[in-house]
Design a protein around this ligand. Structure first.
Ligand code: UT7
Length: 378
């Protein structure tokens, strides 16, 4: 049975930087509060579509692996930012890449989507269904953020990164996965106005009220990521001191520190990007992985632990054995379309489409529904 080696990696990060000071120009918040409670200083705001970010990331990952898009069998688009429900977003990436043979799947488990996608693609390679896959973690949260709600608006950012997986006889790639979901608490993280549950209720995409119980999510995040990390290490017969690097989901520096402590791994072995990019949901782990490679923090044969947590409330912890190569075979000529606006200008444009309560002006008819209840179950 073949393994699924990670042979390519690349990012598609938007350039516009939104600082804590920028946020405090229109929200009752401060640089000090955000840094102390979350560790975040900056996040990115995209001027392009999620499909464009995903395509650039995938294209760079393919060039890094030296793989022609025409040889790709599978694209997994991991994330909860979809431009449309039908057609799916992975098909948009497929056509932009020219990966005409690739099966194309959207996979949404919120912040854990990339790790669920990595597990799925690995299983498909190991069982012989496909040989070459690209797995993308991508989010465009700024477009459906409630920019009037300081509880959530300071936390999230946009971004994308991708990896290429290829069949190999060497014992590399994902060697252990623990996946799960604390579904009783699913109502603690909900973005309203996106989905079929809202059809016929006067709600349109962009009615961006968020249900977000930060403290409930925080506790579940620490427990879910810590338990899953312990289980995946035990399943693989590995001890914490054998782990070379932890690449965790980046929702809050305090969560990362707590998970590292429970896992018994010192912070020097943990890659942290939350100060630069905030919480990019499904994109945090692959963006941090790409960053770790560019910083030389991954070596041939490195053992990498990847824990994550997100809406659902889903959790995951993967153990990855890196292969021999830690440098790209090639580079892609693709980059994002040029941007002429500041992040604050981009956010101001989105805010101009929302009423003072974060609801889209197009969907103001839906106010009655919002007041009536939660609607979509759970
Ligand atoms: O990736 C998906 C998973 N997401 C997460 O894992 C997020 C998990 N949760 C968290 O990271 C934290 O709970 C938060 C960062 C969201 C909040 O931190 P906290 O330490 O739990 O703060 P809190 O919710 O207890 O709020 C403390 C105070 C409150 O004021 P009072 O009631 O003490 O007067 C809030 O109203 O801070 C206030 N507050 C703010 N103040 C300034 C909340 N948000 C802000 C803000 N700026 N942006």
């Amino acid at each position: 049975m073949p393994y699924a080696s990670i042979t390519g990696w690349g990012e598609g990060m938007p350039p516009a930087v939104l600082s804590n000071e920028d946020l405090s120009t229109f929200l009752d918040t401060s640089d000090e509060w955000i840094i102390t409670r979350t560790g975040m200083k900056e996040r990115r705001v995209s001027h392009v579509s999620a499909i464009e970010m995903a395509t650039v990331a995938a294209s760079r990952a393919l060039a890094c692996a030296g793989l022609d898009p025409a040889d790709l069998d599978l694209i997994i688009y991991g994330g909860c930012s979809n431009e449309e429900a039908v057609p799916n977003s992975a098909s948009g990436v497929q056509v932009a890449l020219g990966a005409t043979r690739a099966a194309s799947i959207d996979l949404n488990t919120a912040c854990t989507s990339f790790l669920y996608g990595l597990t799925t693609a690995t299983a498909m390679i190991r069982t012989g269904v496909v040989r070459n896959a690209v797995v993308i973690g991508v989010e465009l949260i700024s477009r459906y953020m409630d920019w009037s709600n300081r509880n959530v608006a300071v936390l999230f950012g946009d971004g994308a990164a991708a990896v290429v997986l290829q069949a190999t006889d060497r014992e590399e790639g994902v060697i252990g996965s623990v996946l799960g979901c604390d579904a009783e608490s699913r109502a603690s993280l909900r973005v309203r106005g996106v989905g079929c549950g809202y059809a016929g209720k006067g709600i349109t995409f962009g009615d961006t009220l968020w249900d977000f119980d930060g403290q409930v999510i925080f506790k579940h995040a620490v427990k879910g990521m810590s338990d899953a990390s312990g289980k995946v290490l035990a399943n693989c017969g590995v001890t914490a001191d054998q782990v070379d690097l932890v690449v965790p989901h980046q929702a809050n520096l305090r969560i990362i520190e707590a998970v590292a402590k429970y896992a018994g791994v010192p912070m020097e072995k943990v890659i942290v990007t939350v100060h630069k990019y905030g919480n990019m949901s499904a994109a945090t782990v692959p963006v941090s992985l790409v960053e770790a490679l560019s910083l030389g923090r991954i070596r041939p044969g490195s053992l990498i632990l990847m824990p994550a947590f997100g809406g659902g409330l889903t959790f995951a912890a993967l153990l990855v054995r890196w292969g021999e190569r830690v440098t790209p075979l090639g580079t892609s000529p693709r980059s994002l379309s040029p941007n002429t606006k500041t992040a604050l200008e981009l956010v101001s444009e989105i805010r101009a489409t929302q009423d003072p309560h974060g609801r889209s002006r197009a969907g103001l008819m839906g106010v009655r529904f919002v007041e009536e209840g939660r609607g979509a179950g759970g």
